[in-house]
Design a protein around this ligand. Structure first.
Ligand SMILES: [Zn+2]
Length: 480
C-alpha cells in the first residue's frame, strides 16, 4: 500500500486598504464610482509624473505587520513588477520585491480544538490594477475601468504550513477578523477588497520534498476556497498515486462545475523583470515610528477572547464565536453593558441572532435589531411579561421589522397570561379532557404533570405563565 498523500497549502491574500485616497496620488479611493472618473496622470502612468507614497498606507501596513507578529524592516523599498495587461496603463505595478516592509510573522488558528501556528512569510505594499468589464456573451468587446489603478493593496503571504482545506479556511477567517479589528480594510470579498490565491502541492506523508505547485485563483468566498482546495488536493493526490508529472501551473476554480481548470503554465518571478522603482525613495522606518503604531494597536481577537472569558465568565467556545468578528463582539458588549446576565446574552446572540443573520444573509452592522432591542426583550422575560417561548417569536419579529419588543408584544397580544382567573377555565378544560392522565398524576407519576402543563401551553399559544399553570393543576387535582 502506498503512503498517505500529504497536502501542502500556502495562501496569498490581497487586501485593499480603505484609505481616503489612492497609494501614490490624491485620487479618491472609492468603490462603485462612474468608470474612469477617479483618475489622474499619476495613476494613469502618463509620462513625467511622480508618485508620492500616501503616509496612511505606510501606517496601515505597519499596523498590519504588527498585528501578524511580523518584524518591521528598518529599510525597505519599492520595485516595479513589469507586465502588460489592458487594465494596467503603466505596464508595471509598483510593488515590493526583495525588501518587503514586514517579515517573519505568524497567525494562530484553531481547527477542531487544536491550535496551530501558521507562519507569515511577508506583508508588502503594492497597488491594484484596473478592471476589465467584458461585454455580454456574443459581443466582441471589453471595457476598461481604471478607477482601481493605484488603489493601495497589501499582499499577505503565508508559509506553506497549512495541511488541509479546513485549515486554509480557518486561516482566512482569522486573518479577516484581525484586519477588521485593526480597521485597515472593509474586507468585502464580494467587492474584491479581500482576495485569495492558493498554492497547493502534495507529497507522500513524511516526505519533505516540495513538488511543483498549482496556484488556484478565482475563489470568491471562504467556502469556495475550501471547496477548490479540496478538489485540487484530490486531483493532485491521484497524480501522485499514479506516478504522474506535476506542473507548475495556474488553475481557475470553476464554481459551477466544482473543478479547477488550467489557465496557464505559471510565470517565474524572473519573468517580471523586477527592478527598484526610481520614482520612489527607499523607506527608512525608525523604531520610534514602529512603537508609535504598536502603542495605538487596538485589542486583537485572541486578547478579546481571553477578556470575555475573564470578565463575563463565558466558556472558551462562546468567547471564541463572539469575538470572531469585531462587529459581533461590539454588539455583545453593548448588550452586557446594559444587562446583568452575560451568559443569557451570549445564548441569544450566538443562537437566534447568528441564525437569523445567516438566514437573511446579513452582516451584524446591517441588522435592524440593536443591542437595546435585545436588552428590552430580556427585561420583558424577567418581568414575566413574556415567556421564553414567545420571546423567540418576538426576537424574530424585531429582527425583521426593527420594531421595539414592547410594541410587538402589545400589538400582537403576546403578553404572558399571569391571571389565575383567566387561566383557571383553560386548566379545567385540559383536566376534563384527559382523565386518564389526571389519574396517573394523582397516583404519583410526575411526568403526567409535564404533559398537562404542555397541553395548557398549547391551548394558550404558549402565553400561559408556566409556574402559574403548575400551581393551578396541583390545586385542582388536590395534589401537593
Ligand atoms: Zn490618481
Amino acid at each position: 500500500m502506498s503512503s498517505r498523500c500529504e497536502v501542502v497549502i500556502g495562501l496569498e491574500v490581497h487586501v485593499e486598504l480603505h484609505t481616503r485616497t489612492k497609494a501614490y496620488c490624491s485620487c479618491p479611493n472609492e468603490f462603485g464610482s462612474e468608470p474612469n472618473t477617479n483618475v489622474c496622470p499619476v495613476c494613469m502612468g502618463l509620462p513625467g509624473v511622480l508618485p508620492v507614497l500616501n503616509q496612511t498606507v505606510l501606517e496601515y501596513a505597519i499596523r498590519t505587520g504588527l498585528a501578524f507578529n511580523c518584524e518591521i524592516a528598518s529599510f525597505s523599498k519599492f520595485d516595479r513588477k513589469n507586465y502588460y495587461y489592458p487594465d494596467l496603463p503603466k505596464n508595471y505595478q509598483i510593488s515590493q520585491y526583495d525588501l518587503p516592509l514586514c517579515r517573519n510573522g505568524y497567525l494562530d488558528i484553531e481547527v477542531d480544538g487544536v491550535t496551530r501556528r501558521i507562519g507569515i512569510t511577508r506583508v508588502h505594499m503594492e497597488e491594484d490594477a484596473g478592471k476589465l468589464v467584458h461585454g455580454a456573451a456574443g459581443t466582441d468587446y471589453s471595457l476598461v475601468d481604471t478607477n482601481r489603478c493605484g488603489v493601495p493593496l497589501l499582499e499577505i503571504v503565508s508559509e506553506p504550513d497549512l495541511r488541509t482545506p479546513e485549515e486554509a479556511r480557518a486561516y482566512l477567517e482569522k486573518l479577516k477578523a484581525i484586519l477588521e479589528y485593526i480597521d485597515v480594510s472593509d474586507c468585502k470579498m464580494e467587492e474584491g477588497s479581500l482576495r485569495c490565491d492558493a498554492n497547493i502541492s502534495v507529497r507522500p506523508e513524511g516526505s519533505t520534498v516540495l513538488n511543483p505547485k498549482s496556484e488556484v485563483k478565482n475563489m470568491n468566498s471562504f467556502r469556495a476556497v475550501q471547496h477548490a482546495l479540496a478538489g485540487e488536493a484530490d486531483r493532485l493526490c491521484i497524480i501522485l498515486e499514479e506516478g504522474g508529472q506535476f506542473l507548475l501551473e495556474t488553475r481557475a476554480w470553476d464554481e459551477a462545475a466544482g473543478v479547477t481548470v488550467q489557465m496557464r503554465i505559471k510565470e517565474e518571478a524572473s519573468d517580471y523583470r523586477y527592478f527598484p522603482d526610481p520614482d520612489l525613495v527607499p523607506l527608512v522606518i525608525s523604531p520610534d515610528q514602529v512603537e508609535q503604531v504598536r502603542s495605538a494597536l487596538p485589542e486583537l481577537p485572541s486578547a478579546r477572547r481571553q477578556r470575555f472569558m475573564a470578565d463575563y465568565g463565558l466558556p472558551s467556545y462562546d468567547a471564541g464565536i463572539l469575538t470572531g468578528s469585531r462587529a459581533l463582539a461590539d454588539f455583545y458588549e453593548a448588550c452586557v453593558g446594559a444587562y446583568h446576565d452575560s451568559k443569557t446574552v451570549s445564548n441569544w446572540v450566538m443562537g437566534e441572532f447568528l441564525r437569523l443573520l445567516k438566514v437573511h444573509n446579513q452582516d451584524v452592522p446591517e441588522a435592524r435589531l440593536t443591542p437595546s432591542h435585545l436588552v428590552e426583550m430580556l427585561n420583558l422575560i424577567d418581568q414575566g411579561t413574556i415567556s421564553g417561548k414567545i420571546a423567540k417569536a418576538v426576537f424574530e419579529e424585531m429582527f425583521v421589522s426593527g420594531r421595539r419588543p414592547r410594541e410587538i408584544v402589545e400589538a400582537g397580544g403576546l403578553a404572558q397570561i399571569s391571571d389565575a382567573g383567566a387561566l383557571s377555565a383553560v386548566v379545567q378544560q385540559v383536566l376534563d379532557g384527559n382523565p386518564g392522565v389526571v389519574d396517573d398524576y394523582r397516583s404519583g407519576k410526575e411526568k403526567a404533570l409535564a404533559f398537562l402543563v404542555g397541553q395548557v401551553m398549547k391551548a394558550t399559544r404558549g402565553q400561559a405563565n408556566p409556574q402559574l399553570v403548575n400551581k393551578l393543576i396541583r390545586e385542582k387535582t388536590q395534589h401537593s
